[in-house]
Write a new protein. Structure first.
Length: 458
């Protein structure tokens, strides 16, 4: 009875964001307990970055990292008086024995440091109370779980439509695996979902298109570009406003194209700079093409790689001048990324009082979302095909373009499809059909069974 009372909102209907909390927290905790530390993709490499960052260090492109997480922990506790006890703690932790390659270390070495701040802050706070290895490792996972859950909760709450779709994506086993690990991929999925929900809210807004709203779109677009998906095409489609007169339409489209063109020009400049720095004097190599293809799908990796190279090649006095708080490079694009995220959340909170209502032409909005999802999906497939054609190596390409990066596109695709029929009363209350209720019940059961089978296998 208390659970149903918690799930119902002010109007007596089930609040989807509260239902999300009831499903997400136990499922992600169960996934966290059944997965060995370092088991999810790239978690060992991410955990090593988190460990170094929590101690005030910054990884230097992965060249000094040990082969796996166990070696890093043993090196970290070696030389202390309680090293024997620490070795026993390390042996008791269920660590994955997979060896991290140098390529994976280099890939995580160019990730933005802001992505590791939640995990490293939780590990730093935990170290104030205890230095047990298992507590420190799981505290990093808890930091990722909290931030991912908050971003998904905010996306579900902010989205004017498709809340159940966002709930289903958040509770996918693949999403739960990333949210329960110390990597930053779960936060990426949730962050892009929040941006998509905010774009949907903007498209459904009936207010006049002013310069202030244009800058709101700009913040959303910049935040989307800084995520690990190339969302400039989504920005182009999402920024098309619902104008009234033809003159307003021309003016808004002109402003949109100018802003999007500037973003595309900046990305092209970074792209060419990366290819030039990677190819060297002997022309474009296979490794350079692979890296350039990954950068085409992940613009943030390109920015991080170039800035990190500039920082490490700068004189010592310059690094001391611009590096504070444990050499976090406060004035670098990593910090600017955090400021953009804070600005985006501030815009979202400032506009929370305006109730977003689906417009009369909601089919046009759904068609636009469907086009966004299809365009991004085609972009990923094209990038994969070009990299296979250029290099002849499909394994590294498929490893770089993984299924978890498709999840934000899934929201656009499903929201663009026709809705499942259900009864709607005269007062506007939407009673979803038995098909949707049965599908959600079967879906939750499948997720629980997946977690149980994963625990039995491991």
């Amino acid at each position: 009875m208390n659970t149903m009372r918690f799930m119902k909102g002010k109007q007596g209907r089930i609040a989807v964001e509260r239902l999300f909390l009831l499903l997400y927290i136990p499922l992600v905790l169960a996934m966290m307990l059944v997965m060995p530390v370092g088991g999810p993709p790239d978690e060992q490499a991410h955990l090593k970055q988190v460990w170094l960052l929590s101690t005030g260090q910054v990884g230097n492109d992965g060249h000094i990292f040990p082969a796996n997480l166990r070696d890093l922990l043993q090196d970290a506790v070696g030389g202390t008086e309680a090293s024997a006890l620490k070795d026993e703690e390390i042996r008791n932790v269920r660590l994955s024995e997979e060896t991290v390659t140098e390529e994976e270390n280099q890939a995580t070495g160019i990730y933005p440091l802001v992505s590791y701040l939640p995990q490293s802050c939780m590990m730093f706070l935990t170290r104030l109370f205890t230095d047990r290895i298992d507590f420190l490792l799981y505290s990093a996972r808890i930091g990722s779980m909290i931030v991912t859950g908050f971003l998904f909760w905010l996306a579900i709450r902010r989205s004017p439509a498709g809340n159940m779709i966002l709930l289903a994506i958040a509770c996918l086993p693949l999403t739960l695996q990333e949210a329960a690990s110390a990597s930053c991929d779960g936060m990426t999925i949730a962050g892009v979902s929040l941006i998509t929900a905010e774009l949907l809210r903007r498209m459904n807004n009936h207010t006049d298109y002013t310069s202030r709203s244009l800058w709101r779109y700009a913040w959303i677009g910049i935040g989307a570009v800084l995520c690990k998906l190339l969302y400039v095409p989504a920005l182009l489609l999402g920024l098309m406003p619902n104008a009234v007169t033809e003159e307003e339409k021309k003016q808004k489209r002109r402003q949109t194209l100018v802003m999007a063109g500037a973003l595309l020009a900046a990305l092209a400049a970074w792209y060419l700079l990366s290819v030039k720095s990677l190819s060297g004097r002997e022309g474009l190599t296979s490794d350079a093409v692979i890296r350039a293809g990954e950068v085409a799908a992940n613009p943030l990796l390109l920015i991080g790689a170039q800035v990190r190279t500039l920082i490490h090649s700068a004189p010592g006095w310059a690094r001391q001048l611009f590096g504070v708080f444990g050499r976090l490079d406060i004035f670098s694009p990593w910090a600017l990324t955090g400021l953009l995220a804070v600005s985006f959340c501030g815009v979202a909170l400032a506009d929370s009082g305006a109730e977003a209502v689906l417009p009369e032409r909601k089919q046009a909005v759904k068609l636009r979302l469907l086009l966004i999802g299809i365009f991004i999906l085609c972009w990923m497939i094209l990038s994969c095909a070009l990299m296979v054609w250029w290099t002849g190596e499909g394994s590294s390409v498929i490893q770089g373009i993984q299924g978890r990066y498709f999840l934000p596109c899934l929201f656009c695709l499903l929201l663009g499809l026709p809705r499942i029929p259900g009864k709607v009363k005269d007062d506007g209350t939407d009673h979803r059909g038995i098909v949707l209720n049965a599908s959600m019940a079967v879906y939750v059961i499948c997720v629980i069974v997946t977690v149980i089978l994963l625990g039995m296998k491991l």
